[in-house]
Design a protein around this ligand. Structure first.
Ligand code: PAF
Length: 281
């Protein structure tokens, strides 16, 4: 497996690819889990060459404590990737390599997608994500780039980013991968105690029940029902629940048959912030 640390070296390596070879990119912040492995496996299946970037992007953390606690597990990450394919190009740049002298994000207008849910609770988060993803896409110039649907809002924003910046790439959203109890895989799960990690299965259970309820009830009733479920839970604290149109992330005013809807949730467990979402129809 080839480990590359500088932009210059990466550009040199990518220049050796044939013009007709399909190149895939999987951007990550490391601490790789089964959810990431699913993205990388798909990228390996669908492309002739794959770059996996591992870079903990400081500008997307609105909370410095969260950044400090972010697990750095490069050795284990490389083992995960090595098992998938020995041909993966792993890009692990330093902060200076990606940001030069100024660790600062660009201000984007994502047409309002950035103001709701994660954007509302994590000021500047999507400017940070946009900055690093734009930088990686323009550096690697992949044909396809892979992102998980657990961060569904991020996925919509990245699609918008490629549209507003005219970046010729196909953005591929991959389904959420869940632990045996239904909890969506996240590097943050490692910070939960065994008991609470088990309790957190309540998040997906509630989302599935919300989906059933949405078959007959309004979005408002479903939201109230979810809020009430969490009010009764002693360990899990609901930050938000939203029901929106899937692509625009606009709140549902009145359900329409031809529209796709999705429920989104953010919850605190033992001070760890967990997010999840589900397609409602
Ligand atoms: O989803 C993530 O891990 C990050 O937000 C990403 C896309 C790698 C950008 O840093």
């Amino acid at each position: 497996m080839l480990l590359i640390k500088t932009r210059e070296h990466l550009i040199e390596r990518l220049a050796t690819l044939e013009k007709n070879e399909c190149l895939g990119l999987v951007p990550t912040m490391g601490a790789l889990h089964i959810g990431h492995a699913a993205l990388v496996n798909r990228a390996v299946e669908e492309n002739n060459a794959v770059v996996v970037s591992i870079f903990v992007n400081p500008t997307q953390f609105n909370n410095s404590d969260d950044l400090d606690k972010y697990p750095l597990t490069l050795k284990a990450d490389l083992e995960v990737l090595e098992k998938i394919s020995k041909d993966i190009i792993v890009f692990t740049p330093s902060i200076e390599e990606m940001y030069h002298d100024e660790i600062k994000s660009t201000n984007y207008d994502f047409g309002g997608l950035e103001h709701v849910m994660e954007g509302a609770f994590r000021t500047g988060h999507f400017d940070g994500v946009g900055t690093i993803v734009e930088s990686l896409l323009t550096l690697v110039k992949p044909d396809k780039a892979y992102f998980g649907e657990k961060d569904f809002q991020q996925l919509q924003i990245i699609k918008k980013l490629t549209e507003i910046r005219n970046i010729p790439v196909t953005i591929i959203g991959c389904p959420i991968v869940r632990e045996a109890n239904g909890l969506a895989y996240s590097s943050r799960n490692e910070r939960l105690s065994k008991n609470i990690r088990n309790e957190a299965s309540f998040i997906y259970k509630t989302l599935k029940s919300a989906k059933n309820l949405f078959g007959t009830e309004s979005a408002m009733i479903v939201k109230d029902w979810v809020t009430n479920q969490f009010e009764q839970h002693p360990e899990l604290k609901l930050e938000y629940v939203e029901i929106t149109q899937a692509n625009t992330l606009k709140p549902v005013v009145k359900k329409q048959k031809n529209k796709k809807y999705r429920a989104f949730i953010a919850v605190y467990a033992e001070g760890v912030r967990l997010i999840d979402n589900i397609a409602l129809n």
